[in-house]
Structure formats: C-alpha cells, structure tokens
Design a protein around this ligand. Structure first.
Ligand SMILES: *[C@@H]1O[C@H](CO)[C@@H](O)[C@H](O)[C@H]1NC(C)=O
Length: 290
C-alpha cells in the first residue's frame, strides 16, 4: 500500500507549451528593462539593506517507502538550522509547545535544589562556588505522569537518531537574575576526571522560557576563536544562542571518532532580566543502566 507524504520544500511547476515560454521571455525582458531604470533612480541605501531571512514554505507530495519493523509509515518533519560545524550545533525552532514547556516547569518547580558540579581532581564544592549558580532537579520520562517528557524524549531520539536508552534523566534548570554557568565541557576528559564507564556524546537543551535579556547559551571556542591560554571561563563570548520558549539546541561534545571536540566548550551567560528555564538531556555513548 502506498501513502502520500508531505514535506516542506521548494518546487517549480512546469508552465508548459512553447507560446507561454515565449511570453515569459518577453515579460522578463521588459521587467528587466523597467526594473533597471527604476533601480537606478532609487536611493542606493535601500539596496544595501539586508533582507531578513525567511523560511519559504511550500508543500510537496511524494510517496513514502515501506518501513521496517521498527520504523514508521509516515514522514516526520523536524526543521533545524545548522548553527555551527565547530562544534556541531543544531537549532530546532518550536521543538516543543508552550503547554509542554509550562507543564515541565510546573513539575520541576517544587523539587528545585541548588545545581551541583562533577568535580575534577583538587576541586571541592567550596573552591568551585560560583561556577554554577542555577537550581535544578532530575526527572525521567517514566516518572512524569503527564506524558510530556515521554513525547519530548521520543522526539529528541528521532532528531539525533540515538536511542532513548542512551539518555540520562532530564535535568530541569532555573537561572534567576545574575545566575550563570561558566564555560565547561559536558564530556568528561579521563585525564581530569579519571576513567569513565561511558561518555556524553551530545547534549539537547530545550528552552522552557523566553529570557528578556541575557541567559544565552554560549560557545566561546566556536570555529576555534578565543582558544588561547588567557581565556577567562566566566566571559560570555563567542557564538550565543538566545533562549526562546519551545526551541531546542543540540550539540555534540565528541567527534565521530569518539575524542572530545574542544570547541564544544559552552556555558550559560548570566540572566540580566527575566528568568531562564531549560530542560537538558545528556546523551551517552552507552545505554544507561536501568
Ligand atoms: C579525531 O577526530 C578529530 C576531528 O576530525 C581529529 O582532529 C583528531 O585528530 C582525531 N583523533 C584521533 C585520535 O583519531
């Protein structure tokens, strides 16, 4: 059985017939002629204004393929934008609905505790004070009776094509005014943290709120910028991603060969106005123990 799939894309329709092609050529000729005289009279400033980038939408129909046992018989459309290749970072606009975001905040709010850090050799809770000032809580999809996290987790698995069994529980975080997270890696370098049973491959951040000002996720080493010894880990520089409710951000901490990508260093800029809520899912190279 064949079914029709629909996907957002661009499509040229044939106009058909020689006479119409001739008319089209004629039209383009005159359009060019008039256009060029018009333009030459315009203020040049007008032409240098960069158009706002828009996403063109049109609908294309085609046949989907027969699916395997574990596959699906319809198409999924999860739009994304490549933000960077160094690190590999993708932005997913409108990944979750407003209701889903509000539901997650509601379930997390009562359980918040000051966030903690994985400590390196020589580090203590005392001497790392200020590095991470948010509050947070952990919740797995199975603990969430509303079913929201189940849907989100499934969508993340599709977007990454890494099975759900590789994900840690969601870490829901709140940053209030002045709170931040200095630049750090999500992966654990064995030379600093000791031998690791499994490694974090990628991180998916779902922004649960808008932030009026500040609170960006930043990648200070994006495209190998600022990678000098004098870099101040508290600084909010490099590629910055502004939190918007419902949007997702995915980045990979490891190269395809399994070594840590140095440009995956990232942090959370201090919130200046408003409040930042985010749900983080860390994805590992091994399945999580149940
Ligand atoms: C792993 O991949 C990265 C990026 O392609 C490369 O720079 C690095 O040399 C590789 N490391 C090893 C040990 O293969």
């Amino acid at each position: 059985m064949k079914s029709k799939g629909r996907l957002v894309g661009q499509r040229w329709r044939s106009i058909g017939g020689l006479p119409s092609i001739f008319l089209l050529c004629l039209f383009l000729f005159f359009a060019g002629l008039f256009g060029s005289t018009l333009v030459s009279h315009q203020d040049v400033q007008l032409l240098t204004v960069r158009p706002r980038s828009r996403v063109l939408k049109s609908v294309e129909e085609f046949d989907v393929l027969p699916n395997g046992d574990t596959g699906e018989h319809s198409l999924t459309s999860i739009p994304f934008q490549v933000l960077s290749w160094f690190p590999r970072a993708l932005y997913f606009p409108n990944f979750a609905t407003t209701e889903q975001c509000q539901g997650i905040i509601k379930m997390a709010k009562a359980e918040l505790k000051p966030s903690s850090l994985a400590l390196r050799k020589g580090e203590t809770a005392e001497n790392t004070k200020g590095v991470r000032t948010s509050s947070g809580m952990f919740i797995s999809a199975s603990e969430d009776k509303t079913g929201i996290l189940d849907l989100i987790e499934e969508k993340i698995a599709k977007a990454t094509m890494i099975p759900r069994t590789h994900g840690e529980a969601f870490n829901v975080l709140r940053y209030e005014i002045g709170q931040s997270y200095y630049s750090h890696y999500d992966a654990f370098d064995p030379s600093q943290y000791g031998p690791q049973k499994s490694q974090r491959v990628a991180s998916f951040l779902l922004y649960l709120s808008d932030v009026e000002e500040g609170g960006e996720t930043m990648f200070p080493f994006e495209n190998a910028q600022n990678m000098d010894v004098n870099y101040d880990f508290r600084k909010c520089i490099g590629l910055k991603v502004k939190p918007r409710r419902g949007d997702g951000l995915l980045f990979y901490s490891l190269f395809p060969n399994g070594t840590i990508d140095p440009t995956s260093l990232h942090g959370s800029c201090a919130v200046i106005r408003g409040e930042k809520w985010v749900a983080t899912k860390w994805i590992r190279d091994q399945e999580m123990d149940e």
